[in-house]
Design a protein around this ligand. Structure first.
Ligand code: SF4
Ligand code: SF4
Length: 433
């Protein structure tokens, strides 16, 4: 059973009706040489080099793929500098001084509709690989790998649910760029030769429904449906979204592609539009900076590589400096805590939540079962905690199926004794490797 905790969504109201502020001209941008999926990488530039927007300036090496690094401004390379990555790790970044001329690399050029109509699935793989497109909802999964599936795809399912509290970056993406989203969907349909596209949004967001359906009138005959799904967390988990949005239950351990379904986040599909239409990598993204710890919660359209500190200043700075702050990069349920604000906004950062710290004391487990009832993956979080405490790798792996945990945070959120169960799950996943 999934707990339907409606009250936690009220905090989205801080920002979801606010148009995105364009903050696209920081003095410097910082592009990570490595990231959470690519442990090694190399820079192709040196201090003093001039670079253009979209130019390849390095290459990250993942376990089974390489990922080009693109400059997101035109300007001069300053050198490399260590800063905090969204994963919380101190990471080496290439620092570029923005000349604010917005000069594009030669590779960025428009494809005509006729050229696009001739693109094959292999072309989509090549383009998204070169443009380094990844899951922009936070997953960072390389998009070209999705295009490489050998499974026949019948349905493209677009995740516009954004179910974590506080976040509104995707909400603004739909409100501000519905045409890019629909066009991106049609490109994906072409690549997979799919029959239908279903865009899932929360039932309660009439503004999103009206915007998308109005835009669809420009695409007569397009097999696109807007499906209004539940208002609860974790409705945006793809398995849950497919169940509600398409009425299909994906069995545990089975990829949706095996059932003919390919899922993209709404920002990723807008990124696909840009990659196909303009051969452009992700250089800007929507980002929400919100919470009771800053003065002016704001949505931004910003340059990838912008310093978080600069964005906090744009929000008027911290609210009540005397209070300790908690910074979470990503949503409050699944995001990562930051120890300081000297972090960089990468292309997979959706948001930063800044809260005044509230101290909770963990109490002993009272065996109420709330964590078990609330787990969307049907796991036993309380048992997982015990297995982690006992260092019982075998139980974690075989009996408790820790692999199926999606680190959604529901067990911590619902725990009567305020135990950080999700942290135990995170440790359990590492132990069971
Ligand atoms: S974090 Fe894992 S164990 Fe906890 S509720 Fe979510 S899926 Fe279940
Ligand atoms: S919700 Fe908390 S107190 Fe209740 S059984 Fe789970 S761990 Fe124990």
């Amino acid at each position: 059973m999934i707990a339907k905790t409606r009250e936690i969504y009220k905090d989205k109201r801080l920002t979801n009706s606010l148009p995105s502020v364009r903050y696209v001209d920081p003095e410097y941008v910082y592009l990570g040489i490595t990231n959470q999926r690519c442990a090694t990488g190399e820079s192709f530039v040196k201090p003093g080099d001039h670079v253009n927007m979209g130019q390849v300036i390095g290459l990250r090496h993942g376990p089974f793929f390489d990922q080009p690094i693109h400059s997101t401004v035109s300007g001069e390379v300053v050198g490399t500098i260590k800063k905090f990555h969204r994963s919380g790790k101190l990471t080496e970044f290439i620092q570029i001084k923005n000349d604010k001329k917005n000069t594009f690399a030669d590779t960025i050029k428009e494809r005509t509709d006729e050229e696009i109509a001739k693109l094959t699935r292999e072309d989509f793989v090549e383009i998204t690989k070169k443009c380094s497109l990844v899951g922009l909802g936070g997953s960072s999964f390389p998009t070209y790998i999705k295009f490489q599936t050998t499974d026949p795809i019948d349905t493209i399912c677009i995740n516009g649910v954004e179910c974590e509290p506080y976040l509104s970056a995707d909400h603004r993406m739909i409100m501000e760029h519905p045409r890019r989203i629909i066009q991106g969907c049609l490109y994906a349909k072409q690549a997979f030769n799919a029959k239908r596209i279903v865009i899932c949004i929360k039932k309660k967001y009439q503004d999103l429904y009206d915007t998308l359906t109005a835009e669809l009138t420009r695409f007569p005959g397009a097999p696109v449906t807007v499906k209004r799904v539940g208002n609860y967390y974790p409705q945006g988990w793809e398995i849950e979204m497919i169940k509600t949005g398409l009425g299909i239950k994906v069995p545990a351990g089975v990829l949706p592609a095996k059932l003919g379904i390919m899922v993209f986040n709404v920002s990723t599909i807008a990124g696909l539009w840009r990659a196909i239409k303009w051969n452009e990598p992700v250089m800007k993204r929507n980002f929400t900076c919100t919470g009771d710890g800053i003065k002016i919660p704001t949505n931004f359209r910003l340059r990838v590589g912008t310093s978080l500190k600069e964005i906090i200043d744009q929000c008027g700075g911290y609210n009540d400096e005397s209070e300790n702050k908690v910074l979470i990069l990503g949503g409050p349920m699944m995001g990562a805590n930051l120890v300081r604000d000297d972090a960089v906004i990468t292309k997979t950062c959706t948001s930063c939540i800044i809260m005044n710290e509230k101290k909770y004391t963990e109490e002993p487990c009272v065996r109420c079962g709330s964590c078990v009832y609330s787990c969307p993956a049907g796991l036993q979080p309380v048992q997982i905690m015990q297995a982690v405490k006992n260092n019982d790798k075998d139980a974690l792996k075989n009996k408790l199926n820790i692999k199926s945990c999606i680190l959604c945070g529901m067990c911590s959120y619902t725990c009567t004794s305020k135990i950080h169960l999700t942290e135990y799950c995170r440790k359990g996943k590492k132990l069971a490797l």
